[in-house]
Design a binder for this molecule. Structure first.
Ligand code: SAH
Length: 394
């Protein structure tokens, strides 16, 4: 195979990469020597420091602010099916060690050494997401390596994440093999039906698995409120654990129908309220409804850096409203999946939310995503999920 062309960095820009980060920003490239415009989106290059010393292999996208991502530190490697298969086997070993049974996020992009690629495994069905031109270009090798590692019945490419726009990519989906309309996800003795094709994101939120276990532990005998319930991940878990009552709130009627069906499939019942979370919380307050445990798990409210202030305020408002319907001594599990919202900022928002609600709050535990979403110690973006368990006094 011919040598990939060089991508040369400016002086002093390699430090972050040397300590383990995998991203190269467009302003770090010595474009006089290696113009970015010379690269096709998704093409491979040999990354070099300012002196020409090789740093590894990257894929390049001149249309993106993150103009290159490191695939390997070995500049002589060949990126092909067997290269991917080796990474996939490693990721699979890790997942089967922490959550045996075949249902998990199998690949979590940068954390698993495959920047831009996320794969969720539902038994013998895989849902793959590519968020970069680099992975789009390598899709055949990725697919062949997934076949080699797992021989799945189907691979559903669900490449419709909005972040693709940052790479100049259109949303697209593709079915390889057999993709059922509905899949059943087993989790700690419960089962959930999720829809891979019409569901949100990849159909199921594996990242909250351990936090759902926490809710199972705290729910017996309690009145539980699950805000942004989606298809009942937390709510049905609480009901199965023996909650006195469960109310699921979501803007999506379709999601709530599935939440009801999921309750039934597990032999329990939940009440549902369709509507905007804030409006429903205000309505519950008007009705003087009271709960002992509330979960607030909104979609990412901060998508871009410039939305940090407004988004943080949004988290504050939602959690303040939730606190207002908590009985004294009630528990609140407040989650954020916005990587732009730091744990400190989230704690600050909760403090303000409590002040606004006239309540006293202490944090009992700070949690993150499950172990199938490993955090890369040099890449803060991989630590996106924060969940604070709080006790809220009167
Ligand atoms: N807690 C869920 C995941 C939540 S995903 C779990 O663990 O599985 C976010 C959910 O928020 C989606 O179901 C979406 O329909 C819902 N949603 C988005 N905006 C909303 C709004 N303004 N009010 C109520 N629900 C909303």
């Amino acid at each position: 195979m011919s040598q990939p062309p060089s991508l040369r960095l400016k002086p002093h820009t390699d430090r972050r990469l040397r300590i383990g980060h995998l991203w190269v920003f467009a302003n770090e490239v010595d474009v006089a020597r290696t113009p970015l415009t010379g690269f096709k989106p998704g093409s491979l290059a040999r990354l070099e420091d300012a002196r020409g010393k090789p740093l590894g292999l990257v894929y390049v996208n001149p249309a993106s602010l993150i103009c290159a991502r490191v695939l390997t530190r070995n500049a002589k490697a060949t990126i092909d099916q067997s290269w991917f298969a080796e990474r996939f086997r490693q990721a699979l070993r890790l997942r089967e060690r922490v959550y045996p049974g075949g249902y998990y996020r199998l690949l979590f992009g940068e954390s698993d050494g495959v920047p831009g690629l996320v794969v969720d495994r539902y038994g013998d069905v895989l849902v793959a997401q590519s968020t970069t031109a680099g992975i789009d270009a390598l899709r055949d090798a990725v697919e062949a390596a997934l076949q080699e590692t797992l021989s799945p019945a189907g691979i559903y490419w669900r490449c419709d994440a909005p972040v693709r726009a940052l790479e100049g990519l259109e949303p697209e989906t593709r079915e390889v093999g057999v993709i059922p309309d509905e899949i059943i996800v087993p989790e700690a003795g419960r089962t959930f039906a999720a829809s891979l094709k019409s569901g949100q994101k990849t159909g199921w939120y594996f990242d909250q698995r351990d936090n759902r276990q926490l809710v199972a532990q705290l729910a017996p005998g309690q009145r539980v409120l699950d805000v942004f319930s989606y298809i009942g991940g937390f709510g049905v878990t609480a009901a199965v654990a023996g909650a006195q009552s469960v109310t699921c709130v979501d803007a999506s009627e379709a999601a709530l129908e599935l939440a009801q069906a999921n309750a039934q499939r597990n032999g329990v019942a939940v009440e549902t309220r369709a509507g905007d979370a804030k409006a429903v919380l205000q309505q519950l307050q008007t009705e003087q409804a009271r709960f002992d445990l509330a979960i607030v798990d909104p979609p990412a409210l901060i998508k871009r850096k410039k939305d940090i202030a407004a988004g943080t305020h949004h988290y504050q408002q939602l959690n303040s409203l939730a606190m207002q319907v908590l009985a004294p001594g009630g528990l609140l599990l407040a989650a954020s999946c916005s990587h732009h919202l730091s744990a400190d900022a989230m704690r600050g928002a909760l403090r303000k939310a409590a002040a606004e609600a006239g309540r006293k709050l202490v944090v009992l535990a700070q949690r993150g995503a499950g172990m199938d979403h490993p955090v890369h110690p040099a890449i803060p973006e991989t630590e996106y999920l924060k969940a604070f368990l709080c006790a809220v006094e009167g």
